[in-house]
Design a binder for this molecule. Structure first.
Ligand code: PAF
Length: 280
């Protein structure tokens, strides 16, 4: 496995692979890797000749400077995990390497950035759109792997690939959970042990919502019951709990038979912002 910090060396390395007819699987990350990322790398390994993983804590997608500062950075540990998972190239640029100048380009994802994460993290998806486009241009992947845990990011990247005609296939992989149901996330390591103990309630609240919908409650009734349920757990500050159509993220009033539905949540626990979702 090679580790490259430089864009031109990365493109040179990959140009040779592409010239030799190799397919490239790409897993973009911000590091602080966990089994969720490794599952993406392993899938990419099975489906491609070469696997590239990028590790870059992208400053332009953080609307909160404190969050950017606290984002865990564990490059050495990450590289060890990637080596074991069979990654071939780690692209780990500095912010100066990625952004010679602050980008002036603004990507407006319309409705997709006015709701949920977009509403609470203004500018976030513009930053994601720009960095993902830059990474796609640098790596030129055959297939790119994203986790369903970031459901709205998946919708945004789908739009990006379509609107900018990126010649690649997007592969969306299931959320990987701890044995108690907590969705794996780089942010989990910032939780205190007492917060970590109650953190699985986030997933539990998604399953409770799903149960109410299956019992025939409409969206408003379900949301109200879940919000009430959270009143007994004052350690959580709910930012949103929404029930939407899973692909478009359009609001729905009631779950209909055969309709692909998502319940999405963002909540603060112990000062750490966690997100999760289920699709059914
Ligand atoms: O999901 C992430 O880790 C990031 O948003 C991504 C896709 C690597 C872009 O910085």
């Amino acid at each position: 496995m090679v580790i490259i910090e430089n864009i031109s060396e990365t493109t040179e390395f990959l140009k040779n692979q592409i010239k030799n007819g190799k397919s490239i699987g790409f897993v973009p990350t911000m590091g602080a890797l966990h089994q969720g990322h490794i599952a993406l790398v392993e899938k990419a390994k099975l489906e491609n000749d070469i696997v590239v993983c990028s590790i870059f804590v992208n400053p332009t997608q953080f609307n909160n400077p404190e969050d950017l500062k606290k984002y865990p950075r564990t490059l050495e540990e990450d590289c060890k995990m990637l080596q074991v998972a069979g990654c071939d190239l780690v692209f780990a640029p500095s912010a100066e390497e990625m952004y010679e100048e602050t980008p002036v380009l603004k990507i407006d994802f319309g409705y997709l950035e006015q709701i949920l994460e977009g509403k609470f993290r203004p500018g976030h998806f513009n930053g994601v759109g720009i960095v993902v486009s830059k990474l796609f241009n640098i790596v030129k992947p055959t297939k790119a792997y994203f986790g369903q845990k970031d459901l709205q990011q998946v919708a945004v990247v789908k739009r990006l690939v379509k609107d900018l005609s990126f010649d690649l296939e997007l592969i969306v992989c299931d959320t990987i959970r701890e044995s108690d149901g907590l969705a794996m996330s780089s942010r989990n390591r910032r939780l205190s042990s007492s917060a970590r103990e109650v953190a699985p309630k986030i997933f539990e609240s998604l399953l409770i919502g799903q149960k109410y919908l299956f019992e025939g409650l409409n969206v408003e009734e379900t949301k109200q019951k879940v919000v009430e349920w959270y009143e007994n757990s004052p350690e959580f500050t709910l930012e949103y709990y929404e029930i939407v159509e899973a692909d478009t993220l359009n609001p729905i009033e009631k779950k209909h038979e055969g309709q692909k539905t998502a319940i999405v949540i963002a909540a603060f626990l112990d000062g750490v912002r966690l997100i999760d979702n289920i699709v059914f």
